[in-house]
Design a protein around this ligand. Sequence first.
Ligand code: 1CP
Length: 344
Amino acid sequence: MPQQKTILRALAGETLPTPPIWMMRQAGRYLPEYKATRAQAGDFLSLCYNPELAAEVTLQPIRRYGFDAAILFADILLLPQALGADLWFVTGEGPRLSTITDQAGLDKLGPVDEIDAVLSPVYETVKILSRELPADTTLIGFAGAPWTVATYMIAGQGTPDQGPAHALKNENRPVFEALLAKITAGTIHYLSRQIDAGAEVVKIFDSWAGSLEGKDFVRYAIEPAREITAALKAKYPHIPVIAFPRGAGHRYEGLHAAIGADCIALDDGVTPNWAAGHVQIDGCVQGNLASRHMVTGGKDLIRETRKVVQAFSNGPHIFNLGHGITPDADPANVQLMIDTVRGI
Ligand code: 1CP
């Protein structure tokens, strides 16, 4: 049967007259309706583990803007929690986790095949969404990439330079690599269950890939993403994979083949013209308008949005931001971006 959903067509390599659109963090604090539902849930984690409310916040930006894809509302840090790490969120600061710095910490984690005991509400959210989404909207499941997830599990919080994770990598490589292997196995299991529940595409977020240098980038960013993609493709050959090694810079070149992904998501550290010539020539790309335009709006937003659309117009492209939309964004600027992409 020919594929009708625009996102799936772009992921299959089709060049469309208008790129399909969605936005990283499209369900989030810039939307008043998100804040209301989050308040109803009590806190962020309760929202993630409440299938009805998590489905509701996933649907909010679809109702408001008619995006071509919905992304499951959850967080990359639910997997560490399911593996046995303590996880909590400090209001106004962000996530906190118990830390892993040695073999003893690693040994405290539970087996991969027991993560569903914690994660089953997430699969329930996916099931609700696959029933309730409009027929032309694609449902994207996701997980963090092993390196990015490890940076939080090692440091116990977000870090500007991923210092603690680099330190463990350099000082105790066996423990570091065993942790990455565990997260990789957990991610394959977690994404498989999301697909079983109805996710039509999966995305692997490697937000901190850019801080890996030289061989480390290959070993700890490309290789785990390749392994996850290969395992999923063996079981679900028809499910497209989007890889997002944020901050890869010129190393974005060749990543479709190196990872085996159907789409490479680009941050705004590379220009659309460069990426069209060096990355999109190998397949679908996603991105890469700078998120700040959702705050600043106006003529700059229109000009830069057109630049992205124009640069990628000769190949498969999914319009997106270079990173997540921020809480201080103006919802009206999102509409202006969509209207500009769609030529309204
Ligand atoms: O207070 C709130 O309501 C929490 C804000 C928030 C939201 C809306 C967090 C905390 N996570 C999320 C949802 C989320 N996180 C989604 C849902 C789907 C959507 O995009 O709409 C997704 C895909 C993520 C992924 C995620 N979580 C990443 C990878 C992408 C990225 O932004 O780089 C990362 C690094 C996280 C960790 C995380 N979760 C939340 C915060 C504030 C952070 C970053 C913490 C830090 O580094 O300090």
